[in-house]
Write a protein that binds this ligand. Sequence first.
Ligand SMILES: NC(=O)c1ccc[n+]([C@@H]2O[C@H](COP(=O)([O-])OP(=O)(O)OC[C@H]3O[C@@H](n4cnc5c(N)ncnc54)[C@H](O)[C@@H]3O)[C@@H](O)[C@H]2O)c1
Length: 351
Amino acid sequence: MPSKYILVTGGTGFIGSHTSIALAAAGYIPLLLDNFSNSDARVLQRLNNIIGTTPKLVEGDVRDTPLLAKLFGDYDITGVMHFAGLKAVGDSVADPLSYYDVNVCGTVNLARAMKASGVKTLIFSSSATVYGEPESSPIPEHAPFAPANPYGQSKAMSELILADLHKSDPTWRIARLRYFNPVGAHESGLIGELPQGKPNNLMPFVSQVAVGIRERLTVHGNDYPTPDGTGVRDYVHVMDLAEGHVAALRHVTDNPGLLTLNLGTGVGASVLDVVNTFERVSGRPVARDMGPRRPGDVPAYWADPSQALATLGWKAKRGLDEMCADSWRWQALNPDAYDRRTRPRTTSTAV
Ligand SMILES: NC(=O)c1ccc[n+]([C@@H]2O[C@H](COP(=O)([O-])OP(=O)(O)OC[C@H]3O[C@@H](n4cnc5c(N)ncnc54)[C@H](O)[C@@H]3O)[C@@H](O)[C@H]2O)c1
């Protein structure tokens, strides 16, 4: 019998590669599409070490219409998880057209190819950035859209396009998953996040200081109205996120519709909570300085993940200790992260 695949766009990236493991563990066959603009082909061998087989990979761009037509013709694809995209907020302000092109046009092109081939099951990577600066936390899914930068806009626009698509044909099965702050790595330490150049995100920065690649962490702001004065975020382990995708896929497969869910822990952790936990689980000091607030940073936000629990039975299982321990294992085993540290940064950071 021919294999049935779940197409994973951006499948060699941070969240796509971890989700491919969760898909394989659940009995699905992931088929990866990636243009390697922010990933490395060596991830495939690592996935083989974890899954026991090398996932099929098609190298190419999600905006390439003929390529997608061929892909859907060549493989029996039953559903799609769409991770491919650009994710650096700062870069999106400097180069909005690239963000709208890859993130919005890429999503439209993919959905069109799916429609043409009759594949109507789509799990979409959205982001808590669609909420902008939320008035209060925890943030429920019905909080207003208020993206504050082109990256967030590109996710909000893609969400609206998918809602219109579903309205035009209610037999579509679409999940729009809004991630909070994905961190951690697979417990094997074989795959993890691959920041290029200097990371803007906290966890990769902390782990690079702990391993000795960077001298000190600057904490941006310690005078926020939070318990210790530093910014509070909802960090979620990437394997929890990956399992949330599989749960969403199962759900929409059985229930056609348009699903919109937050994926977060519902618990806020401050910058100092993360740094102190990281020091404790790694046994390494993380030198830090207090610096001024960064423009545009929100003091605190975290998810209301109760809808994901009610709808999918999904709840994040891994706490901050595990997030830090797994990030540290990945960093310690791969200090050069495929030599990418030294390459110029294109799209290294996310919100
Ligand atoms: N990491 C986060 O903090 C975060 C938070 C919220 C949402 N997201 C979203 O989740 C998705 C995955 O994020 P990630 O952290 O794994 O990022 P990532 O950069 O590690 O992975 C994205 C992958 O997509 C590939 N890609 C980029 N443009 C492509 C294109 N045009 N065609 C084909 N492949 C392309 C990259 O090479 C990379 O492998 C993104 O859409 C991102 O916006 C990420």
